[in-house]
Design a protein. Sequence first.
Lengths: 438, 438
Amino acid sequence: MHRALKQGCTERKNSKAKICYYCAMKKNAFYAQSGGVTSVINATACGVIEGARKNRQHINTVFAGQNGILGALQENLIDTRKESPRTIAGLRYLPGGAFGSCRYRLQKETEYQRLAAVFDAHHIGYFFYNGGGDSQDTTHKVAQYFKKVGFPITCIGIPKTIDNDLPLTDNCPGFGSVAKYVATSVREAGLDVESMYVSSTKVFILEVMGRHSGWIAASAGLAAEQPGDPPHIILFPEIPFDKAKVFQHISDTVGQYGYCVIVASEGLRDKSGTFLTDSANKDAFGHVQLGGVAPILSQYIQKKLGYKCHWAVADYLQRSARHIASRTDVEQAYAMGEYAVQMALKGQHGQMPIIRRIKGTNYRWKIDAVPIGKVANVERTLPKSYITRNGTGITASAKTYLAPLIKGEDFPPFKNGLPHYVRLKKVTVAKKLPAWDK
Amino acid sequence: MHRALKQGCTERKNSKAKICYYCAMKKNAFYAQSGGVTSVINATACGVIEGARKNRQHINTVFAGQNGILGALQENLIDTRKESPRTIAGLRYLPGGAFGSCRYRLQKETEYQRLAAVFDAHHIGYFFYNGGGDSQDTTHKVAQYFKKVGFPITCIGIPKTIDNDLPLTDNCPGFGSVAKYVATSVREAGLDVESMYVSSTKVFILEVMGRHSGWIAASAGLAAEQPGDPPHIILFPEIPFDKAKVFQHISDTVGQYGYCVIVASEGLRDKSGTFLTDSANKDAFGHVQLGGVAPILSQYIQKKLGYKCHWAVADYLQRSARHIASRTDVEQAYAMGEYAVQMALKGQHGQMPIIRRIKGTNYRWKIDAVPIGKVANVERTLPKSYITRNGTGITASAKTYLAPLIKGEDFPPFKNGLPHYVRLKKVTVAKKLPAWDK
């Protein structure tokens, strides 16, 4: 084992770069993706890696964790030096998690010790963890642990979540692109239903993600420009589902416009707080839950109101639809990665970059930093002022907030009619430690 | 009532234009959209209207049926003269059916008489009917009726269907764009699953349209470029669903690649020919059908194989996704409309334009015409040679056929981050007849 951990490796004095006191090498960086991926998380990876490459005098290379933090525990470190500048630039367009993500929560002291051993063995002096609320909780704990044991590393959290539910930041990278996908889809499917309702489908339901907060559902509201435009009804997880009231609303909408387009959050609950998907078992219709709010609602509506109903469940399509990503979102995702490198070089241990909206009529933003401790485990739900009084629409202030986040297009390159996404070599570095025995 | 019907209005001699013998007016054209809409059916409308405008010396104006053939029966005729050239040009980008479509089958003699009365009253000498198999059956019957009674009109069918199931034509306008949407979505969602499977979802199912033919499901196969690329399993309506075999295949795929992406046609049937969605009621798990193959499969897989499973149902999103339309498809849709006008002016009564693929290494196509009688009620299913021997993939010849149909992008204009689609005024002309009493 490298001696740093045992003997307290510190940076060499009189040098901006973190250079190992013992082996005189520039330190490496570790970057990992965590939690559900987004269509722009790799843009952040691109920002981190290109940012590090611009700072070669300080950072030797970036090792990416194969499958998130598991890559660190299992010593599966992807050497990004093996990827060409062109491939790294292509990360900007690649959806999914290029290096593999994971859902994994560190729980044991031995796991932290293992991280230290791996980071020590591979001269890692910078830790970048790219994820949502749970993941930033991990970053926070890792940062605290390393500080406690005096391990010479700078830990930076980088936000990412389609749910837009992190506090302090104006918005989260990943959200704008889902919002753009959902609003686009609702506008397009709405035109389809509008043209058919006289003799066919009268109600269309699009189920979107957001189990605890209605940010994604709310974004569908951007599709409507004029009164009567779809979506006519948005069902938020924040608003308890009142069957009778919603049925009346659907019936009124069909009466007024001839058809009704509904956007339903997967996290829809009844008044008792039970998820609609869970309560379906006990429903009077005797339905068994098949995991979707949309089919359940559709069944209700067809039986109760007699309207021909169609439904779609966007599921992973919404969070991987890089082909319709928001340019604003892509730019912010990239900038967060690049900025995180700057933060690391400045030694902003235990912090996370956030986006601040600059006051003014035109949308402008800048990046700031906050302690991760203030972010971890805090969930920002949709403000009440963003939901209309009837509980099924978004207000003007919601539109003002949401609109800039979906602005601009950033189409990926296309080849043979399909988005052409780079493939990484994902070469892992030679292991230096015994296998992790958990 | 205009006297044509009673007295046998014919074209004035020595004139290329159809000019009413009695009122000395150039004849109008009637255009209607029928059946399920596509993201490019309005490109065809654009071709018809712009084509007619280029032939003002022959065609007075195009009246569009409000909600398809119902517009003719109810004398709801949208005067396309009221729409600016810019709006008409914008039809090229607008998904859905701009004038309203319908699912309506003419059945009574009185309906045909009513059509004649309306067309006579509005000096309509050209009939364009834009739809799929059922709709072309209507065009065929209308053409036969008018010929029989000697009504002076030229009837042209214009193909449109996402199902790609019309005979004689190499492909159907509308299909290429769905194919592009499905292949793009599978590629993108596949990258999502690939990055998460180690600690999360292992199986992802995308349900696509195509109740009787697997053209759309097959198009997902275009997403795979290298061995192991998603989709790993395509479930065609043409191949009876063999649960044990499919489970084994899924299990093998997860064993080999770590995850499995499945594309399932909504029209999946078991060996007895029963739709999976219908048979679910009788399933050993006691599931009640909620209208989707994907959730049913997901439930099976999770219970039998224990894999975490996610599923998406694209539904109307796939056929309205103009933002990811195929340029080839858009160009063909437009060309069909324009060509139909030429056919009408040449008097090709009872015919329909089709697309012929020109032999050669590079994809080239031309338009030809066939009698609608040969098209109506004939359904072209996926050739067996397009399905791999194991029944869950597409062959090289399928790829050769499909690949050019999704080529090229034709992004709509964007405004405020969303596709900006034109809005029509849809001004109907003054009625001249008593209300239709059915």
